[in-house]
Design a protein around this ligand. Structure first.
Ligand code: SAM
Length: 313
C-alpha cells in the first residue's frame, strides 16, 4: 500500500505545511526491489576486495572524500549509478531500523546522545519555534526539541521503516502531540517554502545522493532568519585518534554489526560513507554556496563528528 503523510502522522499541526505525497516521490524509487533482493555479498563486496580511497588517487582529496558533487556516484567505497543510490540507502535503513537505537548506543558508547544534546543546545528550542528534522529516523532530535520546550516538529525521512519505529517510540514515551511524521526525500522535501524556523539533519546528509540539492532544499523551506544545522560524522583532526578510529570503524563496527544486528554490510557502509563525506571546510563552503550566512563548524570528539550551522538570509 502506498504510504501517505497522513497515515504516518500522529497529529495535525498547523505549520509547517506538508505537501501532497505525489510531489515527493523519489525518481529512483523503482530501483528499490531490485536492490533489496540482491544478496548482501553482491551489494557489498568483501572488505579485502575493496580499495579504500588513497591520497595517491588524483580523483580523491587526501581525506578520501568523494570529489565535490560526486557523492552520488558512490555507495560507501562501491561505485554506483546515482539513480540507484537512494534505493541502496533505503535498503540499509530498512535492514537496521529495528536495531537502530540499540546499535547507536553500542557503537558510540552512548556518545551520540551527547552530540545530539550539543546540537539541541545550539538550536535552543522555544515554544514559538517550528523544527524540521530531515533524515529524522527514529525521532531522537525531534524528541529532544519538544522536551526542551520547542513548539512543533516535523520528522521527514526517506525510509518508512525508520519513521514507523520513531512513531512507535513517540507513543511509548507518551508524545502524542507536537510531532508529525512524514516520508520524504531531503532533496525534494514535502514541505512548503519559508515555513520552518530551524532545519536539522543529524547523520543523514552523508547518505543523500546530491548533497548540494539537499542543502538548497533546506534553504528553500527555512524562513528568512531561520537556521540550518547539520550534525554528521566527519573527519578526525587528531592523527593519533585517526588511526585508532580507522581500526574501530573498519574492524570493530562491522564485527558488532554481524554479532548484534546480524548485518555486517550495513555497518561497513557506515564506516565507508563517513570516509566519503566532505571534510569540514569543504562542506562549509558548500553551505555558503547555497546562500547561507555566518556558516560555522564545531568539531565534536576530535572531529569524529561535526556540527555545521548557517543562517538563512
Ligand atoms: C543514521 S540515520 C540518522 C537518524 C537520526 N537522524 C538520528 O540521528 O538518529 C540516517 C537516516 O537518514 C535517512 N535518509 C537517508 N537518505 C535520505 C534522504 N535522501 N532523505 C531523507 N532521509 C534520508 C535514513 O532513512 C535514515 O533514517
Amino acid at each position: 500500500m502506498e504510504q501517505t503523510a497522513e497515515s504516518v502522522s500522529l497529529c495535525s499541526i498547523s505549520r509547517p505545511e506538508i505537501l501532497p505525497y505525489a510531489n515527493r516521490r523519489s525518481a529512483s524509487r523503482g530501483a528499490r526491489p531490485r536492490w533489496r533482493m540482491a544478496p548482501a555479498r553482491a551489494m557489498f563486496p568483501a572488505m579485502s576486495d575493496r580499495t579504500p580511497p588513497s591520497s595517491a588517487d588524483p580523483q580523491q582529496p587526501a581525506s578520501g572524500a568523494a570529489p565535490s558533487g560526486a557523492e552520488g556516484n558512490w555507495f560507501g567505497f562501491t561505485p554506483v549509478d546515482p539513480s540507484a543510490k537512494s534505493g541502496l540507502v533505503r535498503a540499509v535503513f530498512d535492514s537496521v531500523a529495528t536495531n537502530y537505537d540499540l546499535m547507536n548506543d553500542l557503537m558510540s558508547g552512548g556518545i551520540h546522545r551527547l552530540w545530539k544534546d550539543t546540537l539541541m543546545d545550539l538550536v535552543a528550542p522555544k515554544p514559538d519555534m517550528t523544527l524540521l528534522d530531515v533524515a529524522g529516523g527514529t525521532g531522537d532530535i525531534a524528541f529532544r526539541f519538544l522536551k526542551r520546550g520547542g513548539g512543533a516538529a516535523v520528522v521527514c525521512d526517506i525510509t518508512e521503516a525508520m519513521v514507523r519505529v520513531g512513531r512507535d517510540r513517540a507513543v511509548d514515551r507518551n508524545i502524542l502531540s507536537g510531532v508529525q511524521w512524514t516520508v520524504g526525500d531531503a532533496e525534494r522535501l514535502p514541505i512548503a517554502s519559508r515555513s520552518v524556523d530551524a532545519y536539522t539533519i543529524a547523520f543523514g546528509l552523508r547518505n543523500v545522493t546530491r548533497i548540494d540539492e539537499a542543502i538548497k532544499e533546506a534553504h528553500r523551506v527555512l524562513k528568512p532568519g531561520g537556521k540550518f544545522y547539520c550534525l554528521e560524522f566527519s573527519h578526525v583532526v587528531l592523527p593519533v585518534l585517526r588511526k585508532l578510529y580507522d581500526v574501530y570503524s573498519f574492524q570493530v563496527l562491522p564485527f558488532m554489526g554481524r554479532m548484534v544486528a546480524k548485518d555486517e554490510a550495513s555497518y561497513r557502509y557506515l564506516a565507508e560513507s563517513i570516509r566519503r563525506f566532505p571534510p569540514q571546510a569543504d562542506l562549509a563552503k558548500r553551505i555558503e554556496a547555497a546562500g547561507f550566512g555566518a556558516v560555522r563548524v564545531r568539531n565534536l570528539s576530535g572531529g569524529i563528528a561535526a556540527i555545521h550551522s548557517g543562517w538563512r538570509i
